[in-house]
Design a protein around this ligand. Structure first.
Ligand SMILES: *Cc1c(COP(=O)(O)O)cnc(C)c1O
Length: 379
């Protein structure tokens, strides 16, 4: 049996090695390291895949969020509604731009922002909602978009963990995550469902004007070379990374399906296991399992240690919600403000999940997980 890893990028690489090396040779020989032809080829391919008009590649998923917020023309003090149970990027860029993060607690079943709790948080200063499709499961977008329309708020979807996940509205129409709000963002960090071999990200939009603005902001605020119309940043997807993504995009559906299959197999192995709650599936969306995250009611940390000793890595996403982080204490949130997120952070445990996981590995993981649970209960 191969060593068990949270994400097995080596095995995946070996399967597409020839193609990657062919493209790398081509780029190294041409020296088109920045804005080479593969960057446009990739953004066009991704825009076809996602069925969205514009894909603007950039340096990473955090930059993508910053670019989207900068394009939304906000003023310091404006409020951005988001979830406290996610990676730090969202609150980081909100803080950097002098905006105020307003958190909404999550649903215990989906780990995503509870759309029913948004209305109470809307004030005169609210301008944007940033839902995060956490662990590959789409947020309930229909009620969220209705609210946003009613209050004229901009929606920026963080699809860093959900590229390829689809959401179906009650009228039967299906959309890719990252393409339902005015703006969407994603990350190509190596471990994401579509990852490159370094840093990368993109902003998605169907709005021509926003697309032009995001492109300009990502390029130092220049619409014309050496003429700067606004304050921008420097954020690019380099050509080598674009080539990796170009080679991997045709496999994304299969990669995601492998994750879905592995998730079903975990479910089956865990059926009727006490103290363990498997991730639930949404009825009106696909869950592409960026993470397979259990809720362990009791003894999670001991279980984690036990598994580590058996050579089984697991992870806690996320051990401390954003509203309780020291860096963001100035916003005045305190323990107890978002009880569901706080409770989840004590109980979640993510198991190894990637496109190359074998049933043999999963059998070994779950056999040991059951053993660890029995030990922690003193059976
Ligand atoms: C990974 C991730 C990001 C940031 O992406 P980087 O490319 O690492 O900057 C943002 N949001 C979420 C939800 C993520 O998982």
């Amino acid at each position: 049996m191969r060593d068990i890893k949270m994400v097995d990028l080596q095995t995946q690489y070996l399967k597409i090695k020839d193609e990657i090396h062919f493209l790398f040779d081509e780029i190294l020989a041409s020296a088109a390291y920045i804005n080479g032809p593969h960057v446009n080829l990739f953004s066009n391919s991704l825009s076809k895949f996602l069925n969205v008009k514009h894909v603007i590649p950039c340096g990473n998923g955090t930059d993508a969020l910053q670019l989207a917020l900068m394009a939304a023309d906000l003023e310091p003090g404006d409020e951005v509604i988001t979830t406290p149970f996610t990676f730090v990027s969202t609150v980081e860029v909100i803080g950097l731009l002098g905006l105020k993060p307003v958190f909404v607690d999550v649903c215990p079943d989906s780990f995503n922002m509870d759309t029913q709790k948004i209305t109470d948080k809307i004030t005169d200063k609210t301008k944007v909602i940033i839902p995060v499709h956490l662990f590959g499961r789409p947020t309930e977008m229909e009620p969220l978009l209705q609210l946003a329309n009613k209050h004229e708020l901009i929606v920026i979807e963080d699809a860093a963990q959900s590229l390829g996940a689809e959401y179906t509205f009650s009228n039967g129409k299906t959309y890719q995550t990252g393409t339902m709000g005015q703006l969407g963002t994603t990350s190509f960090f190596p471990s994401k469902n579509l990852g490159c071999y370094g840093d990368g990200g993109a902003v998605m939009t169907n709005d021509d004007e926003l697309a032009t603005k995001v492109k300009s902001i990502a390029n130092h605020g220049a619409d014309k070379k050496y003429h700067y119309d606004r304050v921008g940043i420097n954020s690019r997807l380099d050509t080598l990374q674009a080539a990796v993504l170009l080679a991997k995009l045709p496999h994304l559906k299969d990669y995601n399906q492998s994750r879905i299959n592995a998730a079903h197999y975990y479910d089956a192995l865990l059926e009727n296991t006490e103290l363990v709650k498997c991730p639930l599936r949404p009825k009106n969306a696909t869950h592409i399992f960026h993470q397979y995250t259990l809720i362990i009611d009791d003894g999670r940390d001991k279980l984690m240690e036990f598994l580590a000793k058996k050579g089984i890595p697991t992870a806690i996403y996320y051990p401390l919600p954003l509203h309780l982080q020291k860096a963001y204490s100035n916003y005045g949130y305190k323990s107890g403000d978002f009880p569901i997120a706080e409770n989840l952070s004590q109980k979640v445990l993510s198991l190894p999940m990637h496109s190359e996981l074998s049933e043999e590995q999963q059998d070994f993981i779950i056999a040991n997980l059951k053993l660890g649970l029995e030990k922690s209960r003193g059976v």
